[in-house]
Design a protein around this ligand. Structure first.
Ligand SMILES: Cc1cc2nc3c(=O)[nH]c(=O)nc-3n(C[C@H](O)[C@H](O)[C@H](O)COP(=O)(O)OP(=O)(O)OC[C@H]3O[C@@H](n4cnc5c(N)ncnc54)[C@H](O)[C@@H]3O)c2cc1C
Length: 411
């Protein structure tokens, strides 16, 4: 029998606790908040997108932050296993658009409750309002952890204290601090899946406008570096929405390197420039003698019309019959490349995930054990792993938690 301490009652820590409790191990789970799974409760807008039905290569594409490190953990416990696990503990699931898996009840609270009940069944001792202050080791081996006025001795410790986004949920970056003090290198914590700030006035003036089926291209130091098709939204500070969040990771890293970043929105990505030009001509014919600003109502949302015309240097009060061929071509170009600068990302507390964390080169991918300290294991967002939206981050947390829990229990 071994004494195992788990730090953090998020998805990674709870999964590790359940697995580590096998073979009569004594497992103590320490959580600084007053209850488990505070972040898990708000995942997927309260519905909890627990995993994705993508295959392994799909997962690799969707985990830009060190996805390959997870090969073994995914081999041990992948999406089907997560779905089976939750089915067994009373949370049947359903699959939605893009392979996203949710509990049938649409309630993240059911996921948290089922995991908590399972931990009770496995006789995991849960201590809430318990902040781990230090990981204690001696001669390269784990000895335990320090909490307020006490030391808890342990044969193994699983550090699953999360990243640094949404700190009110408890994941406030203290996991990285604990790991650093234990001797690990931390890759600088940066926001990922985060809204972006633009100082361009017209961007802010469109606050609340959503655009579907657009293509957003990222230009880094004037070179196109990425593009994505889907939905985006304007806000009072800049832009957000699924494609912006997904592109944000690489933009944050470019801005950190002092590169200049601008985005260009193609409002009509399904059309070639020639097709769009012909479409505009048709609309202008239909609205002949009308002012150009009133002749674009079939083409664009109302609020975008004056902005597009402004950026194309066309006087919206002009009659469509006065528009020159050159102006029409310029309009086409603007519609397919509406550019605006990105100053910065919103801060890390507002990000959905943290990019950076414990350097994965210092962790054995097969066991999740530290290469520096025997008996120290890692799981979840405390490591330098981050994925896109779609259930990839929770799957990573469950797979790492599963592997770390089993290996800590065996060690
Ligand atoms: C708004 C939002 C929505 C999201 N939606 C999804 C989604 O639908 N699907 C998806 O895949 N991912 C989603 N994510 C990401 C996902 O929630 C995280 O990747 C995941 O929770 C990470 O799990 P974790 O166990 O590593 O860390 P966390 O869930 O952050 O848990 C870490 C726990 O450790 C505790 N802790 C921290 N420091 C200490 C300490 N010193 N002592 C004791 N306890 C400590 C914290 O209080 C916390 O409870 C979302 C994130 C956010 C913010």
């Amino acid at each position: 029998m071994k004494n195992i301490v788990i730090i953090g009652a998020g998805p990674a820590g709870m999964m590790a606790a359940v697995q580590a409790s096998a073979a009569d191990n004594k497992v103590i789970l320490l959580e600084k908040k007053d209850r488990p799974g505070r972040k898990l409760m708000i995942t997927g807008k309260g519905r909890c997108n627990i995993t994705n039905t993508a295959d392994l290569s799909g997962f690799m594409k969707n985990i830009p932050g060190n996805g390959k490190f997870l090969y073994s953990a995914f081999k041990n416990f992948f999406n089907e296993d997560v779905i089976d696990f939750f089915q067994q503990i009373g949370v049947p699931t359903k699959v939605e658009r893009g392979g996203r898996v949710f509990p049938q009840s649409d309630k993240a609270a059911d996921v948290v409750k089922a995991l908590t009940d399972k931990m009770y069944d496995c006789q995991v001792e849960m201590r809430f309002n318990t902040d781990v202050e230090k990981i204690i080791s001696h001669d390269g081996k784990i000895k335990g952890v320090k909490i307020k006025d006490d030391v808890i001795e342990a044969d193994a410790v699983v550090l699953a204290a999360g990243g640094a986004s949404y700190p009110v949920t408890g994941s406030d970056g203290s996991g990285a601090k604990l790991a650093r003090e234990a001797g690990h290198n931390i890759i600088s914590l940066q926001p990922a899946l985060v809204p972006l700030v633009s100082d361009d006035e017209w961007v802010k003036s469109l606050q609340g406008l959503s655009l579907r089926n657009v293509r957003v291209s990222v230009f880094t130091d004037e070179k196109k570096s990425a593009e994505m098709f889907g939905e985006m939204m304007f806000t009072h500070f800049g832009v957000t929405g699924p494609i912006v969040l997904s592109l944000s990771r690489q933009i944050v890293l470019s801005l950190a390197e002092k590169k200049k970043v601008y985005l260009a929105v193609n409002l009509k990505p399904a059309l070639t420039p020639e097709q769009l030009n012909a479409r505009i001509q048709r609309d202008f014919k239909k609205y002949t003698r009308k002012q150009v600003k009133n002749a674009m109502i079939d083409l664009l949302p109302h609020r975008l019309i004056p902005i597009v015309l402004d950026l194309a240097y066309i006087d919206g009060d002009k009659s469509v019959d006065e528009i020159t061929k050159k102006e029409r071509i310029h309009l086409t170009e603007t519609l397919q490349k509406l550019p605006f600068d990105i100053e910065k990302a919103r801060p890390l507390p507002e990000a959905i995930v943290t990019c950076g964390g414990v350097n994965v080169k210092e962790i054995d991918p097969k066991t999740m054990q530290s290469k520096l300290l025997e008996g120290l294991f890692f799981a979840g967002e405390v490591t330098d792993i981050d994925g896109y939206t779609g259930g990839f981050n929770l799957q990573a947390a469950f797979s790492m938690g599963y592997t770390a829990g089993i290996m800590a229990g065996k060690q």
